[in-house]
Design a protein around this ligand. Sequence first.
Ligand code: SF4
Length: 698
Amino acid sequence: MTLEFPGNPFAPRRRRTREVRVGDVGVGGENPIRVQSMTTTDTQDVAGTVAQAERLVAVGCEIVRITAPSLRDAEALGEIHAELTRRGIRAPLVADIHFTPNAALEAARWVEKIRINPGNFADKKKFEVRAYDDVQWQDEQARVAERFRPLVRRCKELGRAMRIGTNHGSLSDRILNRYGDTAEGMVESALEFLAVCEDEGYFDVIFSMKASNPQVAIRAYRMLAVRLAQRSGEGRGRGDYPFHVGVTEAGDGEDGRIKSAIGIGSLLEDGLGDTIRVSLTEDPVKEIPVAQALARRIEARWQAPEGESVREAGLRFVDDPFGHARRASDPVALFAGAGPGRGVASVPPIEFGGTAPVRAELDLGAPPDESEAEAAAWQLADALAARREIACEGLRFEIPDEAALERVRRFGEALERHALALPLALRMPASLAAHASALGSRWVIPVAAGSDTALPLAAARTAAAQGMAVEWALVATAPAGSAALLEALDHALAASGAAQLGRVLISVESPRPVPAVRLVTAALRARGAAVPLVLVHRDDPEASDDDALLHASIDLGALLCDGIGDAIVLPLRGGVCRAGDTLALAYRILQGARLRTTWTEFISCPSCGRTLFDLEETTARIKAKTQHLKGLKIAVMGCIVNGPGEMADADFGYVGSGPGLVNLYVGHDCVERHVPAEEATARLVDLIKRHERWVEPS
Ligand code: SF4
């Protein structure tokens, strides 16, 4: 059966869910998105765990998770809960359970919610390959159900909530053997556990479908939403369980925040998510402002008036919203400097679309005054040269009038003197057609519904005569995809045809870019137009750098993860001398969406009470040695219990195996055991060298 996108992709609203009470905190229903985190202390260190939980609550954490790897840890939860209550802290606690059903039963006596992982609640992870016939499969399901049932009964009896938290990296061998490590396997794994809950008349369930790869997480959550709705439609259970959304092992620093924003932000853009956790390999207190920023932004968008939205039957923005395939487009060559025949003849054109990588451009806004052009070009060249590993593939300018046109001409000449021969995109109104003589390789022409169609056509004819490519910037004022946007698209396509434009691109300017670009993508599909799409990010200039990073990651990442976009454009923040930072952000977003790899990818767990070393410091040390290894995935995991299972598709793994000891992995194979921690980074580097994946840093 073909699965349809959950909801309306062109005007997504929040998925309707029931409220599940976690102590005093309601999750789902009409409640705001709840922000949560997890302690990293040893659970049996009651004072340390209480202190960290208190710090988390003080910055706005609404639900606190604590690992319970053993019965004694589960018992300690009682003391932690009592001490927090004594201090007047009522934030509910969640026991995190892997492999230990007996600890779960004990923990349920003390905390408001139990998180179980269907991949390891009743199964060990041995990476065994084995075929199950139907009888064996059902026998195994029955065995798992009987292990799980006592916990369900206890949660029901004590009024506890439960999270059925599937992780892509820790699916059971049984599920892996039948479904592979797929989103479908993740969903099936969770639904098996839900069946037991519903069989017991227990419905206080929240789901998660986490993965370190945002694309996988997006697919799995979407698929779960659809499957739950289907079951409910068929009278086989409820369909409105809330979702806890997160990207697991996201890492630290900017990359961790970008990956989290791409995964969590995309799902929130879909309307999926009632509580979120941002997993960073840092002090968990630092997760909270990131999660709050993601939650508040989407809540404002969910509450914005919908406007005149489109729900055209059969209009699809991707072939398969549960897979990843880059949208097909016809390549367009863009020339450096002033254009073909007039630009920098020795520089080959840069191709956008087709099989070219997703390009990264900078939006410089207004061109500098003539008196500043030389200095600005020098600073820009300097800033970009400092980031040799990444290439700026275009510059974009805002040209409101003739004077700005003259300024950009001077600046273009200055750029060429500093060997910055890049395609220039000039966003200027169609009314400047009479003055646009051979400037830039691409004219970005704004076009809106209701505007005079003669102007875009005249501009297109001028561009064609000048040998410039045209990017139609479809301007929408409604918050979501609207009929007006489609009208603008049809104006643009008609003008392209009438002017016989050979090189056309499209971008969308909308206050709600994700659904708006989806709508344009769907309309292009329906019209058979394989025009490359440029994703232009526009941010609030008042936003902090931290928020700007998150906003760009959400708005661009959500589309990129669906295979939409042939170039991304980020506005320059902080002047041309910071151009390298903005460009690096563009490349980090492309890497986070797994579309363009520039650096090593680190999969590092956020750490928890099981962690056997200082994960943040260790990750930083390994990063310093290996981050230049383009295309490699390295996992740094805190414990041997969950680490190997959660490393997902890492090429090499560094996993704590005991106090001061580390196991090293190649893929899922442990190749060196109990290496002293002080030697482990060097031994990891040796391992990478022996597997011929090492290159010396330049
Ligand atoms: S892998 Fe990390 S976060 Fe997961 S259980 Fe082990 S130490 Fe905790």
